[in-house]
Design a protein around this ligand. Structure first.
Ligand code: 6GU
Length: 232
């Protein structure tokens, strides 16, 4: 699966694509992470990519021509059409279901990382398939959000992580993960819950289920409500 990030700051993506599980997946040919520098498509010697908003107001807008040309330069080179995604605080929530559907689709993701007050709307209308936000806060740019989307999708690409790790994790069934422990058996006077040392796998499963339910009720009451059957 290929991820192509359109950005004014491609250097932000370099260590991301080279490190840890993502770096290994790239080396193994399971995924590709490419960047396109939007500034390469600016029309003037100063490589200007922003301008003030029509209608007035604070801040600057990412210009339509360099962004449109950057997207089209990628589309022209591809035999199959990528899914073009604009990362913006004003987008629809990016969640597990979207990550799953994009991973299953396997189409290249062309991730447009905005900056300033946003991208000229005509580019969005003409060239963007999806607008997504990673949460209810405002980032300075879309690059970190692009990395979030890439991690969430890439780990669902077969072979990137061990299949067993996918099965029991948070959100798999609207329940958060149970807590994990490893050696030493006592840390700063705090012992590992004895049940985990018991070797009784049925009891361990039951204990983990209980801890997961407790965490979910405490930290994500919204998930508990969502999974309750409707009473009317
Ligand atoms: Cl995807 N982009 C920006 N700029 N801010 C955000 C976001 C994305 N998601 C939440 N805040």
């Amino acid at each position: 699966m290929t991820f192509t990030v359109l950005t004014l700051f491609p250097e932000l993506l370099t260590p991301f694509a080279a490190t840890s599980i993502i770096g290994r997946a790239v080396d193994r040919g399971l995924i590709k992470v490419e960047t396109v520098d939007i500034r390469d498509f600016a029309g003037d010697p100063h490589r200007t990519c922003d301008d003030s908003p029509y209608g007035g107001g604070a801040g600057m807008v990412l210009k339509a021509e360099p962004v449109g040309d950057a997207i089209e330069s990628v589309l022209r080179r591809r035999a199959t059409k990528p899914r073009t995604v604009y990362l913006t605080a004003g987008g629809a929530p990016f969640d597990r279901d979207l990550a799953r559907s994009w991973a299953a689709e396997g189409r290249e993701l062309l991730l447009l990382a905005g900056r300033y007050e946003g991208v000229d709307q005509r580019v969005v209308d003409l060239l963007v398939d999806d607008e997504v936000s990673i949460g209810d806060y405002v980032l300075i740019g879309g690059e970190v959000a692009a990395m979030v989307v890439m991690e969430a999708v890439a780990r669902l690409v077969p072979g990137v992580i061990q299949a067993a790790s996918l099965a029991e994790e948070s959100f798999e069934g609207d329940v958060l993960e149970y807590p994990q422990y490893t050696r030493p058996a006592v840390f700063r006077g705090v012992p590992v819950p004895p049940v985990l040392l018991s070797g009784d796998h049925a009891r361990i499963r039951e204990w983990r289920r209980g801890r997961a339910a407790e965490r979910t009720a405490r930290l994500r009451p919204d998930l508990v409500r969502r999974s309750e059957p409707c009473s009317n």
